[in-house]
Design a protein around this ligand. Structure first.
Ligand SMILES: *[C@@H]1O[C@H](CO)[C@@H](O)[C@H](O)[C@H]1NC(C)=O
Ligand SMILES: *[C@@H]1O[C@H](CO)[C@@H](O)[C@H](O)[C@H]1NC(C)=O
Ligand SMILES: *[C@@H]1O[C@H](CO)[C@@H](O)[C@H](O)[C@H]1NC(C)=O
Length: 195
């Protein structure tokens, strides 16, 4: 009975620790897939206000100031809204958010030959000036959507968090079961010794 209570409190403690730990990363400054990006500066300003990147915890260092962005993903297959430090984009490329590195940088897609060609460098917060970057992604996505319907992303950060939390719970329960069985085995061994 005592062991059972211990086991329960152990599992509860692990779950609480896990939730506390993941709370830090559960901010919606995580990249969110969107269907479209702002078409002009005015729309950009509106979304900038709505996402309110300034409200996110950030240091005074202006280099790391989190600014609103609507850019391509690394594969050039999705549009992403994210609060991230701005960057000068070189090489006449579209702007992407690299999920792995969690940074804004040059896409592999060139915007040099577009109707409104991008200069080098340009500030990543001006990505909306090169709309053809978005158009490429939208066309690609339209094609894929026709193939696989019901492809709807909401908040990828939430999904990641959910997966992590569920995975963590399962891992902790497994650890607890192993711990419990070991204890039981020891108990049986001890009982045999006594006999
Ligand atoms: C940020 O700057 C303000 C004044 O400019 C200062 O009062 C505040 O302590 C600074 N915060 C940090 C985290 O450095
Ligand atoms: C880009 O422009 C914003 C203002 O619109 C500015 O705060 C930021 O420092 C600039 N970024 C770079 C890398 O020049
Ligand atoms: C996708 O399907 C829509 C109609 O459902 C069509 O108008 C559009 O041209 C298709 N797009 C592509 C890229 O095939």
């Amino acid at each position: 009975m005592a062991l059972n209570t211990k086991l329960k409190s152990f599992v509860m403690m692990m779950i609480c620790l896990m939730i506390l730990k993941s709370k830090d990363t559960l901010q919606c400054d995580a990249p969110t897939h969107v269907n479209r990006c702002p078409r002009n500066q005015q729309e950009w300003k509106i979304r900038e206000k709505e996402l309110n990147c300034q409200s996110l915890h950030q240091s005074n260092d202006s280099k790391t100031e989190l600014l609103y962005h609507c850019v391509l993903n690394a594969e050039g297959t999705e549009l992403i809204e994210v609060c991230a430090p701005s960057k000068k984009i070189y090489g006449s490329k579209c702007t992407e958010f690299n999920d792995g590195g969690s940074i804004i940088h040059e896409s592999y897609i060139s915007c040099e030959k577009f109707q409104v060609p991008c200069p080098t460098p340009y500030n990543s917060t001006k990505a909306y000036e090169y709309q053809e970057c978005y158009d490429i992604v939208e066309k690609e996505r339209e094609k894929r959507k026709n193939r696989t319907e019901n492809y709807d992303y909401k908040c990828s950060c939430f999904e990641k968090w959910t997966v992590a939390a569920v995975g963590g719970v399962i891992a902790n329960v497994l650890i607890a079961i192993i711990y419990y069985q070991k204890k039981q085995n020891n108990k049986i061994k001890n009982e045999i010794k006594i006999l």
